[in-house]
Design a protein around this ligand. Structure first.
Ligand SMILES: *Cc1c(COP(=O)(O)O)cnc(C)c1O
Length: 372
């Protein structure tokens, strides 16, 4: 547990050896600990590992790295939504009020509508861009996502944190689009950070994972109790896979963000594209805020084509880029967000830049735009 808040050195989280644990000739790669239970003689008092729903050495290894990166204690969950529902279910009681972004991740809203509203929690949904003006005084929890996805509107985390603190509301930040390497939500004042590690943190589109982190030990004890009792636990194999993915997170993000910047600039100049959003574009309305609170500009670029015909032609003509949902993987993806959410503009394409060379990405988008 962290005694006091600290700014982590996250330049390469993998290379923080837990030296006291090193044993001569121990394997460098520990491998997953496949076990449902542990040797336990006599009294269980003081035991850490006694049953597989409560703890596992593979989770612990992953959590140590995530704790280092977040600058607050981290707990892993089997998906981003398992992490998110743990925070909601263990904190919100009947009579409490939750503020949610209307334009944030859709499953957070559906979960709240289906399982919190009927338990007497009042939900208020507002567009992210209005959060700065809203009065927080009646809220018990404020849920933030910045950059909002897929609109890529930014919200000033530090300013919202100050307002939330004054209103005695908990501030939760969904940091999936940025990862802890791109944005340090706890440093910026959030009480809790959640992240879907299914995206860039694992980064290989081959398993789901999520985590919760906070600097409040009581909060983390509550979240841990939820995990142990609800049974929303991670498989040892998946823990090991994400730990392997993390070794290259910094490298992958550097390549992805560099290409995303080039793609956004290319889209901004293209006659077939009516508008583009990318926090790294100097012309983007949120660029100054991005420079203030983000360490990277991200791997997502959103742009608009004229209409459904343009969208069909563009997506149909892409060669290297896969048409798929999700983002943050080594492969580039593109999709029309309207197919999930009819409040979105028909022409809105979310492009998730992968680890291919920027020449390949730009060439694929350019040739697909030729057909529009
Ligand atoms: C994908 C995503 C989630 C949910 O994560 P899963 O791992 O799919 O459960 C939550 N928030 C955001 C912003 C996401 O993109």
């Amino acid at each position: 547990m962290h005694d006091q808040p600290k700014s982590p050195d996250i330049s390469n989280p993998w290379l923080h050896p837990q030296t006291e644990q090193y044993q001569q000739e121990a394997p460098i790669s520990a491998g997953p600990a496949f076990t449902s239970t542990y040797h336990l003689k006599g009294s269980p008092d003081g035991a850490t590992d006694f049953y597989g729903r409560n703890s596992n050495p593979s989770w612990r290894q992953l959590e140590q790295v995530l704790t280092e990166m977040e600058g607050g204690d981290a707990l892993v969950f089997p998906s981003g939504m398992a992490a998110i529902s743990a925070v909601l279910m263990s904190n919100l009681l009947p009579g409490m009020r939750l503020l949610l972004p209307q334009d944030g991740y859709h499953a957070v809203r559906y979960f709240s509508q289906n399982y919190l509203a009927c338990r007497g929690v009042t939900l208020v949904e507002q567009p992210l861009r209005d959060f700065h003006q809203l009065d927080f005084s009646d809220f018990d929890m404020v849920w933030l996502e910045t950059p909002g996805n897929p609109g890529l509107d930014l919200v000033d985390i530090a300013a919202i944190a100050e307002k939330a603190r004054a209103a005695e509301a908990l501030l939760v930040c969904d940091n999936t689009t940025m990862t802890p390497l791109g944005q340090q939500c706890l440093d910026l004042g959030a009480d809790i950070v959640v992240c879907s590690d299914t995206k860039a943190v694992n980064g290989h589109s081959d398993c789901l994972m999520g985590h919760v982190a906070s600097r409040d030990p009581d909060m983390m004890a509550k979240i841990l109790q939820w995990r142990s009792l609800s049974g929303a636990i991670v498989g040892p194999m998946e823990s090991w896979m994400v730990l392997r993915g993390l070794q290259t997170l910094e490298l992958r993000l550097a390549r992805m963000c560099e290409t995303a910047q080039k793609l956004a600039e290319f889209c901004g100049d293209h006659p077939k594209i009516t508008s583009v959003r990318y926090p790294g574009l100097k012309s983007d309305p949120d660029h100054p805020l991005a420079q203030k609170q983000m360490r990277l500009m991200g791997s997502l670029v959103s742009f608009n084509l004229a209409d459904q015909t343009a969208v069909d032609r563009f997506l149909g003509a892409l060669k290297m880029t896969a048409e798929a949902t999700s983002f943050g993987g080594t492969h580039s993806f593109a999709e029309q967000r309207y197919r999930w959410d009819q409040t979105m503009p028909v022409g809105l394409i979310r492009y998730s830049v992968g680890c291919e060379t920027s020449d390949l990405v730009l060439a694929d988008v350019a040739q697909a735009l030729e057909t529009v």
